[in-house]
Design a protein around this ligand. Structure first.
Ligand code: BG6
Length: 512
């Protein structure tokens, strides 16, 4: 069964359609670390896609800053190649030409004052020649150890202060520290230069359509909220499974691990959106207030040995190919204890969720790439049907499929056609691909546009980041002082102890 969009509104004719286009005003984007993978595969293609959708102003300017001896044309060529390879929307020569006219490259290291002087001059020159109006966002797509230096240089060269009537914004990529102490230090350094409303921290999961749909599902409808609580929900499972290994990212990943890489940010944000109360308004302040209340109410169970699991992928089969274990990957020491799989049980101490466990798991080289949130409901308290006619049913579940097969599934029991009262689990599906003709923008498209618009709804605040470390730090400390990670075969669904963790509670992980 599938759901279709009813009451479709024609924007040209229907007076009920009050939508306004969200188009960025005069502005430019400076990317530090523009030669890196993130920039090539995500940021630059997202900028092109925005231009292609007509969401950027005509004089939009894109500046790259990196340690290469490139001219503007070399930079434009590199951008061209990434757009051709990674952009979501089709290549259109006229869009490209207009974008390319606003591209500039500043060669230099982060400690090179002259490079920042050139950057300042270029920014001023673009204001005059392309009407960027002094509005610039600085995207720090660089390893965190360079954050302090880059923000200090921006301050020193007068780039962080917006001229009268314009804006300056800083965009920061995770990791935002590796524990609460380093996160606080990082926040102090950034806020020494930029005011809180100037800082946009990227958690790209919040830019995903399906993640925003958690709020739509919960708060634009009437039928879910009455059952979205401890009286009806048995537990919640949040899964972020990846089929890839660490690829060429040993330098970043080793010593960080799955919990710091994705649980501290993506999974805790998904949990907060799932568990929070309705915000007073759909604005950044109200959203942060509600997410923060949830994060502050999170409690780790007392026995971390029984309520957390970490493990490393061993060799195995993935997509018909024999693959290495984590300890055999290039750049990983055979003695590494960094986890590539983490599962953690959390409780939320508030009236809505007391006693309902939230099980979070994330891992690399698992059976399949899938991210989902499953709200698993309690079983019906009593069944009037003859047990000899039917098999035991699973629990009702509402599954928000974040990716890759975006949509929502509901599982419930239904009568099997026939002459007895046999009941079986069935699913009802809503699939984005079937219900909407337009395809979803990439998370980075949405987030870069929001930065240019100054819309902070989808960006975690300092307090959320720190609160998330408060939750995770004891787990990391426990792992550091208690032995080594176990192993799981690549291509499997994770380590045996993760299954045992749920089995102790009389539950089991879903097989997405
Ligand atoms: C990043 C992590 O934040 O998210 C990566 O650092 C991970 O390790 C990636 O692979 C997954 O993102 P997505 O959008 O492909 O689910």
């Amino acid at each position: 069964m599938s759901v279709t969009t009813q009451g479709w509104l024609n924007p040209l004719r229907d007076p009920r359609d009050r939508r306004l286009p969200r188009i960025a005003g005069p502005s430019g984007l400076v990317i530090f670390g523009v030669t890196g993978d993130l920039s090539r595969k995500k940021l630059v293609p997202a900028v092109y896609d925005l231009a292609n959708r007509g969401l950027l102003p005509p004089g939009f300017s894109l500046l790259g800053f990196a340690r290469r001896e490139w001219q503007d044309e070399d930079f434009a060529q590199v951008v061209h190649d990434s757009v051709r390879e990674y952009a979501r929307t089709p290549f259109r020569e006229e869009v490209w030409q207009q974008l390319a006219e606003g591209m500039r490259f500043i060669p230099g290291a982060f400690d090179d004052d002259e490079a920042f002087v050139r950057l300042r001059k270029t920014v001023d020159e673009l204001d005059a020649s392309r009407g960027t109006a002094g509005n610039f966002a600085f995207y720090l797509s660089v390893p965190p150890k360079f954050f302090p230096q880059v923000v200090q240089q921006l301050k020193k060269h007068g780039l962080a202060d917006a001229p009268e009537g314009s804006w300056r914004r800083a965009v920061i990529e995770k990791p935002f520290g590796h524990d609460i102490t380093s996160a606080k230090e990082l926040n102090r350094i950034v806020h020494d230069v930029f005011a809180p409303e100037q800082v946009f921290r990227i958690d790209h999961y919040l830019g995903k359509e399906t993640v925003q749909n958690i709020l739509a599902l919960r708060f634009a409808n009437q039928m879910y909220e009455p059952i979205w609580n401890r009286s009806y929900v048995d537990h919640v499972q949040i899964t972020m499974a990846e089929d890839i290994g660490i690829g060429g990212r040993a330098g970043y990943y080793d010593g960080i691990g799955a919990a710091r890489d994705v649980v501290q940010n993506h999974l805790l944000q998904l949990m907060a959106l799932t568990a929070m109360e309705e915000p007073a308004a759909f604005d950044a302040e109200s959203l942060v207030t509600e997410k923060l209340k949830v994060l502050k109410s999170v409690r780790l169970p007392a026995d971390l040995a029984k309520s957390t699991v970490r493990a490393q992928y061993a060799e195995g089969w993935q997509g018909g190919e024999r693959v290495h274990g984590y300890l055999e990957e290039n750049g990983i020491a055979p003695s590494s204890i960094t986890e590539t799989y983490a599962s953690i049980k959390l409780e939320i101490d508030n009236r809505r969720w007391a006693g309902v466990p939230f099980y979070l798991r994330a891992g690399k080289r698992l059976g399949r790439r899938v991210t989902e949130i499953a709200i698993v409901f309690q079983r019906a308290p009593y069944s009037p049907f003859d047990p000899s006619a039917t098999t035991e049913l699973g629990e009702n579940a509402l599954v928000i499929r974040v990716q890759p097969d975006e949509g929502v599934t509901m599982r419930f029991g239904s009568k099997v056609p026939g002459t007895s009262m046999e009941i079986r689990d069935v699913t009802m599906d809503f699939a984005y691909g079937e219900s909407f003709t337009e395809s979803s923008p990439e998370a980075y498209e949405r987030l870069i546009l929001d930065v240019l618009l100054g819309d902070a709804n989808l960006f975690p605040r300092t307090e959320e980041v720190e609160e998330s470390w408060r939750i995770l730090d004891p787990v990391e400390e426990h792992w550091e002082t208690h032995g080594k990670p176990t192993q799981y075969a690549s291509g499997s669904w994770g380590p045996k102890d993760a299954g045992e963790m749920l089995a102790r509670d009389g539950r089991s992980w879903r097989r997405p």
